[in-house]
Ligand binder design. Sequence first.
Ligand SMILES: Cc1ncc(COP(=O)(O)O)c(C=O)c1O
Length: 399
Amino acid sequence: MKKEKRQALHFDSKAVYCPPDEATKSIAPPIIMSSSFQYDKEIFQRIVDGARKEVNIYGRCGNPTEYQFEEQMMMIEGADACLATASGMAAISVSLLGLLKSGDHIVCDWTTYSSTHEMLDHRITDYNINTSFVDTADIEAVRSAIQPNTKVIYFETIANPTMKVAAIKPLVELAHEHDIVLVCDNTFASPYVMRPLELGVDIVVESATKFIGGHSDVIGGTICMKSDKLPADFLEQIRWNTMVKLGAPIAPFNAWLLSRGIQTLSVRLERQCQTAMKLATHFERHPQISKVWYPGLESHPQYEVARKQMPKFGAMLTFEVKDADAALTVLDNLDLGCFSASLGGVRTTTQIPALMAFLDIPKEQRLEMGIKDGMIRVSTGLEDADDLIADFDTALDKI
Ligand SMILES: Cc1ncc(COP(=O)(O)O)c(C=O)c1O
Protein backbone atom coordinates (compact mmCIF):
# COMPACT_ATOMS: atom_id res chain seq x y z
CA MET A 1 0.00 0.00 0.00
CA LYS A 2 1.29 3.47 -0.87
CA LYS A 3 2.29 5.60 2.13
CA GLU A 4 -0.27 8.34 1.30
CA LYS A 5 -3.08 5.77 1.17
CA ARG A 6 -1.98 4.30 4.51
CA GLN A 7 -1.84 7.77 6.05
CA ALA A 8 -5.41 8.47 4.93
CA LEU A 9 -6.81 5.38 6.70
CA HIS A 10 -8.69 5.55 9.98
CA PHE A 11 -6.79 4.86 13.22
CA ASP A 12 -7.82 1.20 13.55
CA SER A 13 -6.79 0.33 9.99
CA LYS A 14 -3.44 2.09 10.40
CA ALA A 15 -2.85 0.24 13.66
CA VAL A 16 -3.34 -3.27 12.26
CA TYR A 17 -1.89 -2.82 8.78
CA CYS A 18 1.59 -4.10 8.20
CA PRO A 19 3.09 -4.55 4.73
CA PRO A 20 4.04 -8.20 4.00
CA ASP A 21 7.69 -9.05 4.55
CA GLU A 22 9.47 -8.64 1.21
CA ALA A 23 11.62 -11.79 1.50
CA THR A 24 9.03 -14.29 2.80
CA LYS A 25 5.64 -12.57 2.27
CA SER A 26 4.77 -13.36 5.89
CA ILE A 27 1.94 -11.11 7.06
CA ALA A 28 3.32 -10.98 10.58
CA PRO A 29 6.62 -9.08 10.57
CA PRO A 30 9.76 -11.15 11.12
CA ILE A 31 12.08 -10.36 14.03
CA ILE A 32 15.57 -9.54 12.82
CA MET A 33 17.68 -10.30 15.88
CA SER A 34 21.08 -9.86 14.24
CA SER A 35 23.44 -7.40 15.92
CA SER A 36 25.50 -7.14 12.77
CA PHE A 37 24.95 -7.18 9.02
CA GLN A 38 27.20 -8.34 6.22
CA TYR A 39 28.86 -5.73 4.03
CA ASP A 40 29.83 -6.18 0.41
CA LYS A 41 31.79 -3.79 -1.78
CA GLU A 42 28.70 -1.87 -2.84
CA ILE A 43 27.25 -1.58 0.70
CA PHE A 44 30.67 -0.61 2.01
CA GLN A 45 30.92 2.19 -0.56
CA ARG A 46 27.40 3.45 0.21
CA ILE A 47 28.27 3.68 3.91
CA VAL A 48 31.54 5.46 3.12
CA ASP A 49 29.50 7.86 0.98
CA GLY A 50 27.22 8.67 3.94
CA ALA A 51 24.30 6.21 3.68
CA ARG A 52 22.91 5.45 7.14
CA LYS A 53 19.32 4.24 7.59
CA GLU A 54 19.11 2.89 4.02
CA VAL A 55 21.69 0.20 4.79
CA ASN A 56 21.95 -2.11 7.78
CA ILE A 57 25.21 -1.43 9.58
CA TYR A 58 25.13 -2.54 13.22
CA GLY A 59 22.35 -3.23 15.73
CA ARG A 60 22.85 -0.06 17.76
CA CYS A 61 22.69 2.03 14.58
CA GLY A 62 19.33 0.63 13.51
CA ASN A 63 17.52 -2.59 12.69
CA PRO A 64 14.71 -3.51 10.23
CA THR A 65 12.37 -4.58 13.07
CA GLU A 66 12.95 -1.24 14.79
CA TYR A 67 12.19 0.62 11.54
CA GLN A 68 8.99 -1.35 11.04
CA PHE A 69 7.81 -0.34 14.54
CA GLU A 70 8.81 3.28 13.92
CA GLU A 71 6.72 3.31 10.72
CA GLN A 72 3.67 1.97 12.56
CA MET A 73 4.09 4.56 15.35
CA MET A 74 4.44 7.35 12.80
CA MET A 75 1.13 6.30 11.30
CA ILE A 76 -0.83 6.24 14.56
CA GLU A 77 0.70 9.43 16.02
CA GLY A 78 0.21 11.33 12.72
CA ALA A 79 3.98 12.00 12.67
CA ASP A 80 6.43 12.72 9.87
CA ALA A 81 9.25 10.90 11.67
CA CYS A 82 9.79 8.53 14.58
CA LEU A 83 12.66 7.13 16.63
CA ALA A 84 12.20 4.03 18.76
CA THR A 85 14.18 3.99 21.98
CA ALA A 86 15.14 1.50 24.69
CA SER A 87 12.60 2.94 27.16
CA GLY A 88 10.32 5.90 27.76
CA MET A 89 13.11 7.60 29.72
CA ALA A 90 15.49 7.03 26.80
CA ALA A 91 12.95 8.80 24.55
CA ILE A 92 12.80 11.73 26.97
CA SER A 93 16.56 12.04 27.50
CA VAL A 94 17.45 11.54 23.82
CA SER A 95 14.93 14.13 22.63
CA LEU A 96 15.93 16.71 25.26
CA LEU A 97 19.68 16.16 24.86
CA GLY A 98 19.19 16.32 21.10
CA LEU A 99 17.37 19.65 21.37
CA LEU A 100 19.46 21.36 24.06
CA LYS A 101 23.01 22.46 24.66
CA SER A 102 24.90 24.00 27.56
CA GLY A 103 23.39 27.36 28.52
CA ASP A 104 19.86 26.50 27.36
CA HIS A 105 16.74 26.68 29.49
CA ILE A 106 13.53 24.61 29.70
CA VAL A 107 10.12 25.51 31.03
CA CYS A 108 8.53 22.36 32.39
CA ASP A 109 5.33 21.53 34.22
CA TRP A 110 5.59 20.98 37.97
CA THR A 111 4.01 17.57 37.62
CA THR A 112 5.80 15.11 35.44
CA TYR A 113 6.92 11.52 35.91
CA SER A 114 9.41 11.46 38.80
CA SER A 115 12.47 10.41 36.74
CA THR A 116 11.78 13.18 34.24
CA HIS A 117 11.54 15.72 37.06
CA GLU A 118 14.68 14.44 38.72
CA MET A 119 16.64 14.41 35.47
CA LEU A 120 15.69 18.05 34.84
CA ASP A 121 16.06 19.16 38.45
CA HIS A 122 19.36 17.44 39.30
CA ARG A 123 21.11 15.67 36.42
CA ILE A 124 20.86 17.84 33.34
CA THR A 125 21.88 20.83 35.49
CA ASP A 126 25.40 19.31 35.55
CA TYR A 127 25.55 20.17 31.85
CA ASN A 128 24.46 23.77 32.48
CA ILE A 129 20.90 23.21 31.23
CA ASN A 130 18.42 24.69 33.68
CA THR A 131 14.69 24.29 34.16
CA SER A 132 11.93 26.51 35.52
CA PHE A 133 9.03 24.42 36.86
CA VAL A 134 5.59 25.97 36.44
CA ASP A 135 1.93 24.99 36.13
CA THR A 136 1.44 24.63 32.37
CA ALA A 137 -2.33 24.81 32.83
CA ASP A 138 -1.66 28.47 33.73
CA ILE A 139 -0.54 30.01 30.45
CA GLU A 140 0.52 33.29 32.10
CA ALA A 141 2.83 31.37 34.44
CA VAL A 142 4.41 29.71 31.40
CA ARG A 143 4.77 33.08 29.65
CA SER A 144 6.46 34.61 32.72
CA ALA A 145 8.93 31.74 32.97
CA ILE A 146 10.21 32.13 29.41
CA GLN A 147 13.79 33.48 29.21
CA PRO A 148 15.82 34.56 26.18
CA ASN A 149 17.59 31.16 26.29
CA THR A 150 14.41 29.04 26.64
CA LYS A 151 14.52 26.37 23.94
CA VAL A 152 11.89 23.88 25.09
CA ILE A 153 8.53 23.87 26.84
CA TYR A 154 7.75 20.40 28.22
CA PHE A 155 4.58 18.92 29.73
CA GLU A 156 2.59 15.70 30.03
CA THR A 157 -0.75 15.56 28.19
CA ILE A 158 -2.26 13.85 31.24
CA ALA A 159 0.13 14.46 34.11
CA ASN A 160 1.40 11.61 36.25
CA PRO A 161 -0.23 11.19 38.78
CA THR A 162 -2.39 14.32 39.19
CA MET A 163 -4.27 13.87 35.88
CA LYS A 164 -3.75 17.54 35.04
CA VAL A 165 -4.69 18.33 31.45
CA ALA A 166 -3.06 21.54 30.20
CA ALA A 167 -4.72 23.27 27.23
CA ILE A 168 -2.49 22.50 24.25
CA LYS A 169 -3.47 25.20 21.72
CA PRO A 170 -2.36 28.18 23.92
CA LEU A 171 0.92 26.37 24.66
CA VAL A 172 1.52 25.84 20.94
CA GLU A 173 0.84 29.51 20.19
CA LEU A 174 3.06 30.74 23.02
CA ALA A 175 5.93 28.38 22.20
CA HIS A 176 5.93 29.19 18.51
CA GLU A 177 5.61 32.94 19.11
CA HIS A 178 8.98 32.64 20.92
CA ASP A 179 10.58 30.11 18.57
CA ILE A 180 10.49 27.49 21.31
CA VAL A 181 10.02 23.78 20.63
CA LEU A 182 6.99 22.26 22.37
CA VAL A 183 7.56 18.73 23.63
CA CYS A 184 5.06 16.56 25.48
CA ASP A 185 4.92 13.14 27.07
CA ASN A 186 1.73 11.38 25.95
CA THR A 187 2.21 8.16 27.95
CA PHE A 188 -0.84 8.45 30.21
CA ALA A 189 -3.13 9.16 27.27
CA SER A 190 -1.60 6.99 24.48
CA PRO A 191 -2.03 7.91 20.79
CA TYR A 192 -5.54 6.46 20.80
CA VAL A 193 -6.74 8.89 23.47
CA MET A 194 -4.79 11.93 22.29
CA ARG A 195 -2.63 12.86 19.31
CA PRO A 196 -0.78 16.03 20.32
CA LEU A 197 1.03 16.43 16.98
CA GLU A 198 -2.36 17.05 15.35
CA LEU A 199 -2.82 19.98 17.76
CA GLY A 200 0.52 21.56 16.86
CA VAL A 201 2.96 20.07 19.39
CA ASP A 202 6.38 19.60 17.75
CA ILE A 203 7.60 16.43 19.46
CA VAL A 204 5.70 13.76 21.38
CA VAL A 205 7.42 11.14 23.49
CA GLU A 206 5.79 7.97 24.74
CA SER A 207 6.74 5.30 27.20
CA ALA A 208 5.65 2.51 24.84
CA THR A 209 6.13 0.21 27.83
CA LYS A 210 2.62 1.24 28.88
CA PHE A 211 -0.51 1.32 26.69
CA ILE A 212 1.29 0.79 23.37
CA GLY A 213 2.78 -2.54 24.50
CA GLY A 214 -0.31 -3.13 26.60
CA HIS A 215 0.66 -6.44 28.22
CA SER A 216 3.26 -5.49 30.88
CA ASP A 217 5.93 -7.53 29.13
CA VAL A 218 8.19 -5.05 27.34
CA ILE A 219 10.11 -1.79 27.88
CA GLY A 220 10.43 0.73 25.06
CA GLY A 221 9.87 4.30 24.02
CA THR A 222 9.24 6.50 21.01
CA ILE A 223 9.94 10.04 19.86
CA CYS A 224 7.56 11.25 17.15
CA MET A 225 7.82 14.56 15.34
CA LYS A 226 5.70 16.76 13.10
CA SER A 227 7.10 20.26 13.13
CA ASP A 228 7.91 23.14 10.86
CA LYS A 229 10.11 24.60 13.62
CA LEU A 230 12.68 21.83 13.30
CA PRO A 231 14.58 20.55 10.26
CA ALA A 232 12.68 17.72 8.52
CA ASP A 233 15.59 15.36 9.25
CA PHE A 234 15.89 16.38 12.91
CA LEU A 235 15.06 12.90 14.24
CA GLU A 236 17.53 11.30 11.82
CA GLN A 237 20.16 13.76 13.07
CA ILE A 238 19.52 12.82 16.69
CA ARG A 239 19.35 9.12 15.79
CA TRP A 240 23.00 9.44 14.81
CA ASN A 241 24.40 12.15 17.03
CA THR A 242 22.50 11.35 20.23
CA MET A 243 20.61 8.03 20.35
CA VAL A 244 23.32 5.90 18.73
CA LYS A 245 26.08 7.66 20.68
CA LEU A 246 24.30 7.28 24.03
CA GLY A 247 23.48 3.65 23.20
CA ALA A 248 19.74 4.10 23.65
CA PRO A 249 18.00 2.30 20.71
CA ILE A 250 15.32 -0.31 21.20
CA ALA A 251 16.09 -4.04 21.05
CA PRO A 252 14.54 -5.85 18.03
CA PHE A 253 12.40 -8.24 20.07
CA ASN A 254 11.00 -5.33 22.07
CA ALA A 255 10.20 -3.44 18.88
CA TRP A 256 8.39 -6.53 17.60
CA LEU A 257 6.34 -6.92 20.80
CA LEU A 258 5.37 -3.25 20.64
CA SER A 259 4.34 -3.55 16.99
CA ARG A 260 2.07 -6.39 18.03
CA GLY A 261 0.69 -4.36 20.94
CA ILE A 262 -0.25 -1.45 18.67
CA GLN A 263 -2.60 -3.70 16.70
CA THR A 264 -5.02 -3.96 19.63
CA LEU A 265 -4.46 -0.50 21.13
CA SER A 266 -7.83 0.92 20.17
CA VAL A 267 -9.97 -2.05 21.27
CA ARG A 268 -8.12 -2.25 24.58
CA LEU A 269 -8.34 1.47 25.23
CA GLU A 270 -11.99 1.71 24.24
CA ARG A 271 -12.86 -0.74 27.01
CA GLN A 272 -10.25 0.55 29.48
CA CYS A 273 -11.58 4.12 29.16
CA GLN A 274 -15.16 2.93 29.80
CA THR A 275 -14.02 1.07 32.92
CA ALA A 276 -12.03 4.10 34.14
CA MET A 277 -15.17 6.24 33.84
CA LYS A 278 -17.23 3.68 35.76
CA LEU A 279 -14.64 3.42 38.54
CA ALA A 280 -14.20 7.20 38.76
CA THR A 281 -17.96 7.72 39.06
CA HIS A 282 -18.21 5.02 41.70
CA PHE A 283 -15.26 6.37 43.71
CA GLU A 284 -16.72 9.89 43.70
CA ARG A 285 -19.65 8.58 45.76
CA HIS A 286 -17.59 6.37 48.10
CA PRO A 287 -17.62 7.42 51.79
CA GLN A 288 -13.92 6.53 52.36
CA ILE A 289 -12.73 8.59 49.39
CA SER A 290 -12.22 12.34 49.64
CA LYS A 291 -11.34 13.18 46.05
CA VAL A 292 -11.13 11.65 42.58
CA TRP A 293 -9.12 12.99 39.64
CA TYR A 294 -10.30 11.76 36.23
CA PRO A 295 -10.47 14.07 33.18
CA GLY A 296 -13.94 12.69 32.30
CA LEU A 297 -15.52 13.86 35.57
CA GLU A 298 -17.14 17.28 35.65
CA SER A 299 -15.36 17.84 38.97
CA HIS A 300 -11.95 17.63 37.26
CA PRO A 301 -10.30 21.09 37.24
CA GLN A 302 -9.69 20.93 33.48
CA TYR A 303 -12.81 18.99 32.46
CA GLU A 304 -13.77 21.55 29.78
CA VAL A 305 -10.24 21.53 28.32
CA ALA A 306 -10.16 17.74 28.31
CA ARG A 307 -13.58 17.56 26.64
CA LYS A 308 -12.38 19.79 23.81
CA GLN A 309 -8.97 18.31 23.13
CA MET A 310 -9.32 14.61 24.00
CA PRO A 311 -11.60 12.31 22.01
CA LYS A 312 -11.50 9.95 25.05
CA PHE A 313 -10.69 10.61 28.71
CA GLY A 314 -8.13 7.84 29.17
CA ALA A 315 -7.67 4.79 31.36
CA MET A 316 -5.81 6.46 34.24
CA LEU A 317 -7.36 7.88 37.38
CA THR A 318 -6.29 8.86 40.85
CA PHE A 319 -8.26 8.99 44.07
CA GLU A 320 -7.46 10.04 47.61
CA VAL A 321 -8.53 8.09 50.66
CA LYS A 322 -9.71 10.20 53.62
CA ASP A 323 -7.22 8.49 55.92
CA ALA A 324 -3.87 8.82 54.11
CA ASP A 325 -2.29 6.04 56.20
CA ALA A 326 -4.91 3.60 54.91
CA ALA A 327 -3.81 3.75 51.24
CA LEU A 328 -1.51 0.76 51.74
CA THR A 329 -4.27 -1.24 53.45
CA VAL A 330 -6.54 -0.69 50.45
CA LEU A 331 -3.99 -1.77 47.85
CA ASP A 332 -2.78 -4.71 49.89
CA ASN A 333 -6.34 -6.03 50.11
CA LEU A 334 -7.09 -5.98 46.40
CA ASP A 335 -7.32 -9.41 44.78
CA LEU A 336 -8.12 -8.51 41.19
CA GLY A 337 -6.41 -5.12 41.00
CA CYS A 338 -2.66 -5.61 41.00
CA PHE A 339 -0.54 -3.55 43.46
CA SER A 340 2.52 -2.85 41.31
CA ALA A 341 4.61 -0.25 39.52
CA SER A 342 3.77 0.68 35.92
CA LEU A 343 0.52 1.04 34.04
CA GLY A 344 -1.16 0.55 30.70
CA GLY A 345 -1.45 -3.24 30.71
CA VAL A 346 -4.44 -5.57 30.41
CA ARG A 347 -4.36 -6.07 34.20
CA THR A 348 -5.59 -3.24 36.40
CA THR A 349 -2.58 -1.87 38.30
CA THR A 350 -2.53 0.39 41.32
CA GLN A 351 0.13 2.31 43.18
CA ILE A 352 0.70 4.95 45.86
CA PRO A 353 2.61 7.61 43.86
CA ALA A 354 3.99 9.46 46.92
CA LEU A 355 5.58 6.30 48.30
CA MET A 356 6.50 4.57 45.04
CA ALA A 357 7.37 6.45 41.82
CA PHE A 358 7.87 9.77 43.66
CA LEU A 359 9.55 8.41 46.80
CA ASP A 360 12.90 10.07 46.00
CA ILE A 361 11.32 13.51 45.68
CA PRO A 362 11.22 15.40 49.02
CA LYS A 363 7.73 15.62 50.53
CA GLU A 364 7.58 19.43 50.30
CA GLN A 365 8.32 19.27 46.57
CA ARG A 366 5.86 16.40 46.10
CA LEU A 367 3.11 18.48 47.68
CA GLU A 368 3.97 21.38 45.39
CA MET A 369 3.45 18.93 42.51
CA GLY A 370 0.03 18.11 43.97
CA ILE A 371 1.01 14.61 45.08
CA LYS A 372 -0.52 13.77 48.45
CA ASP A 373 0.30 10.77 50.65
CA GLY A 374 -3.20 9.27 50.47
CA MET A 375 -3.39 9.29 46.67
CA ILE A 376 -3.90 5.98 44.89
CA ARG A 377 -3.28 5.77 41.15
CA VAL A 378 -5.23 3.28 39.06
CA SER A 379 -4.57 2.08 35.53
CA THR A 380 -7.68 0.24 34.43
CA GLY A 381 -7.23 -3.05 32.62
CA LEU A 382 -9.61 -5.37 30.78
CA GLU A 383 -11.26 -7.02 33.77
CA ASP A 384 -15.02 -6.72 34.12
CA ALA A 385 -15.78 -3.28 35.60
CA ASP A 386 -18.30 -4.64 38.14
CA ASP A 387 -15.75 -7.19 39.40
CA LEU A 388 -13.23 -4.38 39.82
CA ILE A 389 -15.71 -2.19 41.70
CA ALA A 390 -16.50 -5.11 44.04
CA ASP A 391 -12.76 -5.72 44.55
CA PHE A 392 -12.09 -2.06 45.45
CA ASP A 393 -15.17 -1.91 47.70
CA THR A 394 -14.01 -4.96 49.66
CA ALA A 395 -10.53 -3.44 50.05
CA LEU A 396 -11.94 -0.03 51.04
CA ASP A 397 -14.12 -1.74 53.68
CA LYS A 398 -10.91 -2.83 55.43
CA ILE A 399 -10.15 0.79 56.43
C1 LIG B 1 4.43 9.51 32.19
C2 LIG B 1 5.63 8.64 32.09
N1 LIG B 1 6.60 8.97 31.23
C3 LIG B 1 7.72 8.23 31.10
C4 LIG B 1 7.90 7.09 31.86
C5 LIG B 1 9.17 6.29 31.70
O1 LIG B 1 8.93 5.16 30.95
P1 LIG B 1 9.90 3.87 30.92
O2 LIG B 1 9.70 3.18 32.22
O3 LIG B 1 9.44 3.13 29.72
O4 LIG B 1 11.28 4.40 30.81
C6 LIG B 1 6.91 6.70 32.75
C7 LIG B 1 7.08 5.47 33.57
O5 LIG B 1 6.28 5.14 34.39
C8 LIG B 1 5.74 7.49 32.88
O6 LIG B 1 4.76 7.18 33.74
